[in-house]
Design a protein around this ligand. Structure first.
Ligand SMILES: Cc1cc2nc3c(=O)[nH]c(=O)nc-3n(C[C@H](O)[C@H](O)[C@H](O)COP(=O)(O)OP(=O)(O)OC[C@H]3O[C@@H](n4cnc5c(N)ncnc54)[C@H](O)[C@@H]3O)c2cc1C
Ligand SMILES: *[C@@H]1O[C@H](CO)[C@@H](O)[C@H](O)[C@H]1NC(C)=O
Length: 487
């Protein structure tokens, strides 16, 4: 049987899997079986709340008149943040392909992505989200999902979506190095007949592995970092985020790189009604990017450049001697105005509340260590004065607290603490998204991988907005590579 007659199996229905499947089907008419172990589409991708990066996009050039950003500048920011880990060629590709990735979402799917923010570690505003009600991850995932469902109605032979289906094994012919089939376990079938154990074989010669990270797997985090501290932190990740893809690939001889590089996000919301919960809502980085500041609940003072890279902000929180490592996030009314849809959601979840400077001071200065209310107000005035150098060298001070700050000034506040957020390490791939072993040879013909399951794209620290981007860049690249191998 020729390879092109069997469908491509795409595993994982986050943005990486959706991008690969969409590109295979819409651009090349190559049939796809999409396998997802959860009972719904979207993985962690659906949660993404800050946006997706791109340079020289319509939005940068036309809406914001940013003409001094390009792939080289973005690549340099990424390289700097990677601290010499990872694979520079993949980073270069990430930056280079960002323009066409944003264009693909805007032109082929009418996703607006018309607003920008500047997140930590970026030297320009390049993280895109849409005006309108939907947060970026949900908007992008649901749009691609609807598109696939529409295709399924008209051309069912092109797409088969199997939910509740877990990839449990990949059979590779040891001589020809061809993929022969994959085994899929039904995650719902508790009454499986003894003969099959609910396991089904799907025949294929081409597999795109897009199973995401391992941020929810505390044992695995301990195993790769040997850090009890990290393995006990709460997380923003969904419970499906267990690293099964990385483990399967390692068994097949793939190299896993930078596995000990775990991104702790500085700002997970502490729910005042459930402080110890292991899963926490993310306080989107855009909250700081769009103007939020962090203050210590001990003395009411800022302690860090809130827009430094995630690892530095996290370290600052751990080093500031905050009880339970909890800091206070303070937003101006202007931040609320530009991010109202998201902030309303946080208010609805009781993670952010509207208050005034005076009320806030009274509520938190219980031990009398904040000094006078005037001192707290002076800090906000100094921070908001953009003609002076910021105390912590914060460069972007948009939407600050204004020039007439007093006890009645409205602010929005929440409590935050660092959380396990993203796993930089994973399966080694090349620029064609092919899976490699430690000699940089192909592990099998037709074996591709994209998204958070892979390693090397970010090195030691992922910049905000670069994960959705890697899903689109390498997911579509896997499809392009597959199509050219058939040609
Ligand atoms: C709260 C939150 C906010 C974020 N915000 C942003 C942001 O604003 N910008 C940004 O760039 N990034 C953001 N990220 C990171 C980003 O969302 C993810 O890293 C990225 O979407 C990962 O996409 P993925 O397709 O690789 O994996 P996922 O979206 O996690 O999808 C993987 C899928 O594979 C499935 N799967 C796993 N194992 C198996 C198996 N054995 N068999 C079958 N299926 C399997 C899972 O169930 C899951 O559905 C955020 C992450 C979180 C948690
Ligand atoms: C901002 O700082 C400058 C320089 O210190 C000062 O002259 C100016 O009055 C300040 N503006 C406000 C609104 O405080």
């Amino acid at each position: 049987m020729s390879a092109s007659q069997l469908p491509v199996v795409v595993v994982g229905s986050g943005l990486a899997g959706l991008s690969a499947a969409t590109q295979l089907i819409t651009k090349y008419k190559i049939p796809v079986v999409l396998i997802e172990k959860a009972d719904k589409i979207g993985g962690n991708s659906v949660k993404a709340s800050s946006g997706i990066n791109g340079v020289q996009t319509r939005t940068q050039l036309e809406n914001y008149h940013i003409t001094d950003d390009n792939a080289e500048v973005f690549y340099q920011d990424t390289l700097k943040s990677s601290k010499k880990l990872g694979i520079p060629k993949l980073m270069e590709k990430l930056a280079r392909d960002s323009t066409k990735s944003i264009e693909w979402l805007q032109n082929d799917f009418q996703i607006k992505l018309d607003l920008l923010s500047q997140l930590g570690g970026h030297s320009k505003m390049r993280t895109h989200r849409s005006s309108g009600k939907l947060p970026p991850g949900f908007e992008i995932v649901s749009t691609l999902q609807k598109n696939l469902e529409k295709i399924k109605e008209t051309t069912p032979e092109l797409i088969d979506i199997k939910l509740n289906s877990k990839l449990s094994n990949i059979k590779i012919n040891s001589i020809t190095k061809q993929i022969e089939y994959v085994e899929v376990t039904n995650t719902q079938d508790t009454t499986a007949s003894s003969s099959s154990n609910g396991v089904q074989q799907v025949h294929t010669n081409v597999l795109v592995l897009c199973t995401g990270g391992f941020g929810f797997n505390k044992e695995m985090i301990y195993e790769v970092t040997k850090s009890k501290f990290l393995s006990e932190l709460p997380t923003s990740n969904g419970q499906q985020t267990l690293g099964e893809g990385q483990q399967l690939m390692q068994k097949l001889g793939a190299e896993l790189i930078d596995m000990d590089q775990i991104q702790v996000h500085p700002t997970g919301f502490v729910d005042p009604t459930d402080r110890k919960s292991n899963v926490k809502f993310l306080a989107a980085e855009a909250l700081r990017g769009l103007g939020g500041i962090l203050v210590s609940p001990v003395d009411g003072q800022r302690f860090v450049n809130e827009l430094d890279t995630r690892d530095h902000v996290t370290d600052a929180i751990f080093n500031a001697n905050l009880p339970d490592n909890v800091a206070l996030l303070v937003l101006s009314e202007k931040v609320y105005e530009v991010f109202a849809n998201n902030i309303n959601f946080y208010i609805f979840k009781k993670l952010i509340k509207k208050t005034t400077v005076g009320e806030f001071y009274k509520e938190h200065d219980v031990a009398g260590k904040w000094g006078s209310q005037e001192k707290f107000i002076t800090q906000l005035i100094e921070y908001s004065n953009e003609s002076t150098q910021d105390k912590f060298n914060r460069e972007v001070r948009v939407n600050s607290f204004g020039d007439s700050i007093n006890a009645d000034t409205v602010i929005y506040v929440g409590e935050i603490t660092p959380i396990i957020h993203f796993t930089m390490g994973g399966v080694k791939i090349n620029e064609k998204a092919q899976v490699l072993n430690n000699k940089n040879e192909l592990v099998a013909h037709g074996l591709y991988s994209a998204g958070e399951v892979t390693g090397g794209v970010h090195g030691a620290n992922r910049l905000g907005g670069s994960s959705l981007l890697e899903c689109v860049v390498f997911g579509r690249q896997a499809a392009d590579s597959i199509a050219s191998s058939y040609a």
